[in-house]
Design a protein around this ligand. Sequence first.
Ligand code: SAH
Length: 223
Amino acid sequence: MRVPAQYTITQPLRDQMVKTLALEGVKNKSVLDVMGALPREIFLDLGFRSDAYKNSALPIGESQTISQPLVVAIMTEALQLEKSHKVLEIGTGSGYQAAILSRLVRRLFSIERHPSLSQVAVKRFESLGIFNVVTKVGDGTLGWAEQAPFDRIMVTAASPKAPRSLLEQLTVGGILVIPVGDPAGDMQMLMRYTRTETGFEEKSLGPVRFVPLIGAQGVPEAR
Ligand code: SAH
């Protein structure tokens, strides 16, 4: 990753953000290091850049949001990533979460349903010298069968339940992290599914709030 020199100016804000994340209980050093190095403002429109280091979700266009840094950190940590992993992300959005994942694993595949968001995210990856992210526009609830199986899958939008296709595209030992619950409700539960030889182990990781996962195995698209 090449971070342009002009972003040195916001380094103290990132250092402060990382301290806060650690105080909130984020322990994984690689996750904290990457979040401390990657300028979040790059993933925001000009009007929101001054809010980049507040611990809040922010609009990114198409009525979508970039998640708050603490949620990004918790979800990334929950994936228990290794450098050798092949990972799938559903909901490229601004590209912030994807950029973080890309620094921690071998290759990231990321699917976004809004072409405009995907295009902007790809430009951001290029400008940062990130070359191990492969993107596509489409319905991520179906996964990416041609590239499966994945060691890890992260869904950054809320679904009534974990899409069957995504569970099926995990390796044995693979982990899916996804917000599950009524996407129209106030809160969903962040869930972790680990594939075993015989089925799936499930663990809830705490309440979160996400935009809906819209697609064939998520929330039906409004007509
Ligand atoms: N990871 C993003 C979060 C964006 S919000 C970031 O770091 O900025 C969730 C994103 O999921 C939105 O961009 C939304 O358009 C997208 N999304 C919702 N349903 C989807 C689906 N079925 N397939 C792919 N993307 C989807």
